[in-house]
Design a protein around this ligand. Structure first.
Ligand code: AMP
Length: 373
């Protein structure tokens, strides 16, 4: 998936390319089309996921014809650092468009900000308190705002900005688009969301989190038909005692289990077609080291209480990159590090690219060992 496929204009694509971004991050893939389609959005995403571009790019696209005296999009943020950073991103992504971005925050002299606002702007980025000061002085006219972004909503709530946000809301037109970003979903965040958002598109992405950092990632590029032989070799040669293997389908899990068994590896499958009793037994056998390999589908593995495994194998890569993080989370042990091995066939190369975009790094490719086919 490219930025062009998200429907962005050439001016924005050019600016994005100059930033060196090649692939949209998961939050960008989901949020950009939703914002362009005028939807309200509730997104669970932290800093580091690419969330700023996820809202700034479509907002710039939707601003319409410049120039304007009063801001048509307003971004509220908890801190001045974040406000400044968003403004910098907006100027950078909008460098081939004729829009004016202004940023206002507290803790600095208000006079210059008043002068700037009098000059007019299209996009205004602000901390709530200073924005209200400026509105009270009659220099921040918010009546033309068509899109409101609440960034880091949870932090704004923690910092006691709710009364200020409520006052800002009263200064905005009722008819507008609302986007809310929050790293966590506390009851307060949900309450605020239900008050502000109308039928929002709900977007949830995993953070490129600490778990992924601690894991030893290994990628083997291997033909599809050779995967089972390579896996058997890795288990045998590495003397692995406990390995969770992910396959895409139930059928695939059954087939691989039989194939591993035929090479003498103790393996069992766990997936949705198995009875609860069979699943419980499989898990028990795995945990008590009666079987070496537990072959699971994504969904079946989700509810399993198994963590701290030495090895997780992506026999098939997940279709959704976030699931890579969920899968390998099983192998992140406190202190020590686990190993996440991915067997990537040529047709899975785009999936690997998506995972690398999410993790923001290339995963090291390990040379294929010699193994029997
Ligand atoms: P954010 O989560 O918005 O704070 O963004 C985190 C960092 O990711 C920023 O330094 C961005 O420049 C960078 N970034 C945003 N989108 C992409 C992308 N599609 N590819 C690579 N880097 C990106």
């Amino acid at each position: 998936m490219s930025f062009a496929e998200l429907g962005l204009t050439p001016e924005l694509l050019r600016a994005v390319a100059e930033q060196g971004y090649t692939t949209p991050t998961p939050i960008q893939r989901q949020a950009i089309p939703a914002v362009l389609a005028d939807r309200d959005v509730l997104a669970g995403a932290q800093t580091g996921t690419g969330k700023t571009a996820a809202f700034i790019l479509p907002i710039l696209q939707k601003l319409g014809a410049p120039p304007a005296r009063a801001p048509r999009a307003l971004v509220l943020t908890p801190t001045r650092e974040l406000a400044a950073q968003i403004a910098e991103s907006a100027r950078c992504y909008g460098k081939y468009l004729d829009f004016r971005t202004l940023v206002v925050f507290g803790g600095v002299n208000i006079k210059q900000q008043i002068l700037n606002l009098r000059g007019g702007c299209d996009l205004l980025i602000a901390t709530p308190g200073r924005l209200l000061d400026l509105a009270d002085q009659g220099v921040a006219d918010l009546r033309a705002v068509r899109c409101l972004v609440l960034d880091e909503a949870d932090r704004m709530l923690d910092m006691g900005f709710i009364p200020a946000i409520k006052r800002v809301l009263k200064l905005l037109p009722r008819e507008r688009q609302n986007l809310m970003f929050s790293a966590t979903y506390t009851a307060e965040v949900r309450e605020l969301a239900s008050r502000i958002l109308r039928n929002p598109a709900s977007i949830e992405v995993a953070a490129p989190n600490a778990t992924a950092e601690r894991v030893d990632h290994q990628v083997y590029r291997v033909a599809k038909d050779h995967k089972r032989h390579l896996l058997a070799h890795l288990i045998d040669a590495g003397n692995w005692h406990q390995v969770l293997v992910f396959t895409r389908t139930k059928h695939g899990a059954n087939r691989l289990t039989k194939q591993l068994q035929s090479t003498g590896i103790l393996a069992t499958a766990i997936h949705g077609n198995k009875s609860q009793a069979a699943r419980t037994k499989a898990l028990h056998d795995f945990k008590t080291n009666k079987v070496t390999a537990l072959v699971a589908t994504e969904v079946a593995a989700r509810g399993l209480d198994i963590k701290e495994l030495p090895h997780v194998v992506n026999y098939d890569l997940p279709n959704v990159p976030e699931n890579y993080i969920h899968r390998i989370g099983r192998t992140a042990r406190a202190g020590g590090s686990g190993q996440a091995v991915s067997l990537v066939s040529p047709d899975e190369a785009p999936l690997l690219k998506d995972i690398e975009a999410l993790l923001r790094r290339k995963l090291p490719v390990t040379a294929l060992p010699v193994f029997k086919c």
